[in-house]
Each structure stands twice: as structure tokens, then as C-alpha cells.
Ligand binder design. Structure first.
Ligand code: PAF
Length: 276
């Protein structure tokens, strides 16, 4: 596996692969089985796989969140080697965003609600870094987890709007045995919080069953929120049924409905979603 930190070296490596189909998995490191599932899918889709590790400062609206984001480069590189990644791209922040960097990509509509409302500027940071990574890596296909469902919708919209020529593939969420979606943030949960966190996927599943069984959406959402409060979640940012492309809220189930939720246990904020 090649480890590349400077863009001139990425350019050389990428030129050597001009005749190959290249798949790209962007990450912020702290790799877990969810990322490994993306890499496994990437290997099915292309002849070469590039994985980036870059904790992107632009997408953190809270500096404390950026500071405590887990960083474990050596462990991550060992996992990438094991997973069969061909090239690890670890941009240097000062080269990636040089002094004077002044461009922001804003994807209207799909970015605005939910995470967009609770983390102002977050999706501008995501869209900007992903567009820039796409320019550097020039992949044929890029893979993103469905766990960050709104992010996936934002990236699909941006790639289509800008005609980036990258196929965007969403990969189903990987879950622990008890159903909790894998996330780099799970490492921040105490043992007690980790046990109680399972209430989030359980609430989504219960709401899905209720809505699919004909219950009113408003009632299913109300009861799901109550179950989170009962489990000790202190703050529920949203729990909603939405259209899976526009992320607009729905009052009744339609084709392509998705339940999305964000809630905090202790000071760890978790997000999850489920197709209905
Ligand atoms: O999902 C993530 O880890 C990040 O938002 C991404 C897509 C790597 C952009 O920094």
C-alpha cells in the first residue's frame, strides 16, 4: 500500500493508474468495520482503491468536537493494509487548505434542515472537502456510508449539479450485535452510555414498524422520542420521517421514506436512520 501525503505524489500515483477504474473512500480516520465495509465494496467496484484520512476542520462547527475527534493514524494504516487498500491519501492540512483558501461549496435545500440546522456550516465543510478530494483523487466511483444519510444526499446532489463524473454509491450501515450503528464517536461513550445508546436504533425500528403497520406518523415519532427520553437521552435534535432524496419532512409514508434521528447521550451526539 502506498502512503501519500503530498499532492504532487498523489498526482504521480494517479497518472500511473490512468487505465484503471479507481474507487475512492473518503474518511476522517478512526476506522471501524463500517469503513472496512466501504473498502470491501470499493474493491468490488474498481481495480484500484484509494482511501483518504483527513480530519477536516471545515466541517466542525464546534472546536471542542474537532479537538476530541479520535486520531489513530498507525492503527488506521494497519487496517487499510489488511483491507487491501492500494493507496492511503493523508493530505497535510496546510497544503490542502493553503493560506488564502477562500472557496466554500453550499448545497441548498438538502443541506438546510436537520444536521444543517443543528451544525451550522457542517455540510458546507463536507461538500467543500469532498469536492476538493474528488479533484485530487479523480476517482471513477466514491463510496459513502448510509449512516450519514443526509451527507450522502448532499454529496449526490453536489456531484450531479457540478457534473463531477463520479458515481456515488451508498453502502448500508454496519451495526454492532445489539443494533447500534458503528461510528467513530461510539468510542467516546462510557460503558453505561454505550448500553443505553441502543435505545436509538430500537426507537427507529419501533417507529418503522408502527408506520409500516399504519400508525399515524406523528404518533409514531412522538412515542419514539419518549422512548429515547426514558432511556436517558438528554437532548433529541430531531426524529423525523423524510423523503430520501430531498430530506423534506413527510407526514405520511411514501415511496423512499426514511426515518432519521439525532440525539445526545451524555455529551456524545449520535445519529442514525432507517428506510421505511
Ligand atoms: O463521513 C465522513 O467521515 C466525512 O464527513 C467525510 C465524507 C470523509 C468528509 O470529511
Amino acid at each position: 500500500m502506498q502512503i501519500v501525503r503530498e499532492s504532487k505524489d498523489l498526482e504521480i500515483a494517479r497518472a500511473e493508474w490512468a487505465d484503471y477504474r479507481v474507487a475512492f473512500v473518503p474518511t476522517m480516520g478512526a476506522l471501524h468495520d463500517g469503513h472496512l465495509a466501504l473498502i470491501a465494496r470499493a474493491k468490488d467496484q474498481a481495480q484500484r482503491v484509494v482511501v483518504s484520512i483527513f480530519v477536516n476542520p471545515l466541517q466542525f462547527n464546534d472546536p471542542a468536537d474537532l479537538d476530541r475527534y479520535p486520531r489513530q493514524e498507525e492503527e488506521d494504516l494497519a487496517k487499510l493494509r489488511e483491507a487491501g487498500c492500494d493507496l492511503a491519501w493523508l493530505p497535510i492540512a496546510s497544503e490542502f487548505y493553503p493560506d488564502g483558501f477562500a472557496t466554500t461549496i453550499h448545497v441548498s435545500g438538502v443541506s438546510d434542515r436537520w444536521e444543517g440546522e443543528h451544525r451550522p456550516g457542517h455540510f458546507d465543510g463536507v461538500a467543500t472537502v469532498v469536492a476538493k478530494l474528488f479533484v485530487d483523487v479523480a476517482p471513477d466511483v466514491a463510496l459513502f456510508g448510509e449512516k450519514d444519510f443526509q451527507q450522502l444526499a448532499v454529496i449526490r446532489r453536489m456531484s450531479a449539479d457540478l457534473g463531477l463524473g463520479v458515481d456515488i454509491v451508498g453502502v448500508p450501515t454496519v451495526r454492532d450485535e445489539d443494533g447500534l450503528a458503528l461510528s467513530s464517536r461510539n468510542a467516546l461513550l462510557s460503558t453505561d452510555e454505550r448500553e443505553r445508546a441502543v435505545a436509538l436504533p430500537q426507537a427507529l425500528e419501533a417507529a418503522r414498524e408502527a408506520i409500516a403497520g399504519g400508525a399515524s406518523v406523528a404518533e409514531a415519532l412522538r412515542s419514539a422520542k419518549q422512548s429515547l427520553i426514558d432511556a436517558g437521552f438528554l437532548k433529541i435534535d430531531y426524529f423525523a420521517l423524510v423523503d430520501d432524496a430531498t430530506l423534506e419532512p413527510l407526514e405520511a409514508m411514501e415511496e423512499g421514506s426514511r426515518l432519521i434521528a439525532a440525539a445526545s447521550i451524555g455529551d456524545v451526539r449520535l445519529i442514525d436512520n432507517l428506510a421505511v
